[in-house]
Design a protein around this ligand. Sequence first.
Ligand SMILES: [Zn+2]
Length: 200
Amino acid sequence: MGGYCYGEAEPAEECGLCGGDAYAEFCDVGVGMVQISPYHCGDCGSSLSPLLPDGSYANGWVPPPTASERGARVTGYYITHVGHVIEMTFDEGHLEFDQRTGHTTSGRLYQGWVRITNLEGFAIDLPPAMSLKTRRSLAKIVKDIDTTQNWGVAYVMQSGSDRGQEMTRAQIMSVASRLPTEIPTTERVHAVETPPFKPF
Ligand SMILES: [Zn+2]
């Protein structure tokens, strides 16, 4: 828990799971502002070190219950640049998520996110570069889709290509394993303003 002085800007944190802006609640205690709630990410709903039912504080960023844990039908996923999986449902698809968070899908891909959808067919959009954590989460998700859900063969779009191709799980992971693991920071900043790819 922290605080800030009068006249200072309210502090924000970068969400460790999706990179979104996270804010806490502060209370005026007469000599300054004192933090009274954990930082909460407006993009993915995660909290930083929230209080647990047993009275202790969690270590690091804790995501909210997932859509499938709430019993909702999952129709897609975003995998963030740090490998955090955000489930999409009919109620909140990628478009709504992008609009709520002020990003475009192509911008997200350029930041190293993966998009998986199953609306008019099973489709995967791969980023130009992918962290090892993101690759591990992708392997887990496509294995889960392959073994427990009947989504068929994935239509995979690779970054920089205007045509996709159907791929098996092994082919998807082979392509993913050949992607660079680090996106240069300058490109990441550049990508937010002018995504070099056509929007979907
Ligand atoms: Zn977040």
